[in-house]
Design a binder for this molecule. Structure first.
Ligand code: PLP
Length: 418
């Protein structure tokens, strides 16, 4: 989820959503889906539920404990749908390589639990990074090690140096098939439409990372939650890192319905090699409770088979693509000289570099006090406390007019600080 425990943007403990939003505040820090899209989603979901529960062969079983990996009906539909929609060519998604989760956050947490990486295990994280992933690793008492990035994502030289510093013995535990729990460390990545930078890792970098992970016995967890949200046909996306690993067991793809449908469903999937999937299926949580969100996967099966998820994806791409265009136009028009950015072509975020002397926290304070406008200062996405002259704005949540207004006000206050 996308909010922060900061006193500036309060996380709601009592309202109807995770974040507190007042009508007067425009908080461009919120990386949640567009409410108009969600209202269409509710209508389709209602019909999908009806379809699901009117099917006599299925309706009782959705209230039963579900199979540990998720129902085969759901996983089969999901595999076919992903094969069709993942933009880059690559191997087909196979249902036996999927494990149902209650969203990407749950996939991340379960991966830490199961692969012996908790309690002092090392996790390498890009700097900057999706900031709440760090809290999940904290839950598992993992040691977070930052890896440098350049304008094109993770710095391969720094990554190799960091991998090489792992204990020799752990790096050498390579065997086929690898037994679960024998990885030396975890690497957490958002390879496509990165949060917060919007960067798409090149094929060359992806290949190098996969090779390094194999050589140093590291498990790469790819948060692939924005892979289906590309808004331009000009630059085809490189293959997912999971397909580059070729089932050697060093890459997990972490997927979710949160951004393409609605985070309230708490439904997602892990895609991994058979031996890794087997370990997920044998976990205590799946063995005791069964499928992590069985009933919802019933409704989502109908969303898939009735073509409703296609409709939602089309709507999401159109809506977010249009808002991204407006946000970029406004930034180009309003921002003073010295402000730079790499325009993203997908995802939810724009990462903006301000002139070095500007402290983004101070800018935020002014924007909040004077205009009730918010955004995320760059250091919130940094585990080293860096990127203080960067800001992240999300174009997903507010309508185009409000988005443009918010950006204009941020630019106004920035000009006054210079
Ligand atoms: C990179 C990344 N991973 C995971 C999540 C959370 O996903 P989910 O709602 O599926 O737990 C987010 C949401 O902001 C995200 O940006």
């Amino acid at each position: 989820m996308e909010t922060s425990s900061s006193s500036i943007i309060n996380s709601s403990l009592t309202g109807n959503t995770l974040f507190a939003i007042s009508k007067e505040d425009v908080n461009l820090g919120i990386g949640a889906p567009d409410e108009v899209i969600l209202s269409q989603g509710v209508e389709l979901y209602r019909k999908a539920c009806q379809h699901c529960f009117e099917n006599p062969a299925q309706n009782n079983s959705w209230l039963q404990y579900g199979p540990a990996r998720g129902s085969s009906h759901f996983l089969g539909l999901l595999a076919s749908w992903l094969t069709l929609h993942y933009p880059s060519s690559g191997a087909a998604v196979r249902s036996e390589q999927l494990f149902l989760t209650s969203g990407a956050t749950s996939g991340l947490s379960l991966t830490c639990t199961l692969f012996g990486l908790s309690n002092g295990g090392t996790v390498f994280m890009e700097d900057p990074v999706y900031f709440i992933a760090g809290s999940v690793f904290d839950d598992h008492r993992m040691v977070k090690v930052p890896v440098k990035t350049d304008g094109n994502g993770i710095d391969i030289g720094d990554l190799e140096a960091k991998f090489s510093s792992l204990p020799e013995q752990q790096q050498q535990q390579q065997q086929q098939p690898r037994k679960a729990g024998q990885y030396a460390a975890l690497l957490y990545l958002v390879p496509t439409f990165h949060n917060p930078t919007g960067v798409v890792l090149s094929l060359e970098k992806r290949q190098r990372i996969v090779d390094l992970a194999f050589r140093h016995n590291v498990l790469v967890l790819c948060d692939d939650v924005y892979d289906l949200l590309g808004y331009s046909d000009d630059d085809p996306l490189p293959p997912r890192m999971f397909s580059l690993d070729q089932l050697r067991g060093h890459v997990i793809s972490n997927g979710s319905f949160s951004k393409i449908f609605g985070p309230g469903v708490r439904l997602g999937w892990l895609e991994a090699s058979p031996q890794v999937i087997e370990r997920f299926a044998e976990s205590g949580i799946a063995a005791s409770g069964g499928s992590l969100n069985h009933l919802t996967s019933g409704a989502m099966s109908s969303m898939l088979s009735l073509g409703y998820l296609d409709q939602m994806l089309r709507l999401a791409r159109e809506t977010y693509g249009a808002k991204l265009k407006i946000a970029l136009e406004t930034l180009r028009r309003e921002m003073p000289p010295g402000v730079t950015l790499n325009p993203p072509s997908g995802g939810f975020f724009i990462w903006i570099r301000l002139p070095e002397k500007v402290d983004a926290g101070q800018l935020l304070h002014t924007c909040k006090i004077e205009d009730k406008v918010g955004f995320q200062p760059g250091n919130w996405s940094s585990i080293t406390g860096g990127f203080r002259h960067y800001i992240r704005i999300s174009f997903s949540f507010y309508d185009a007019e409000t988005l443009a207004w918010g950006i204009t006000r941020i630019a106004h206050h920035l000009k006054r600080l210079l």
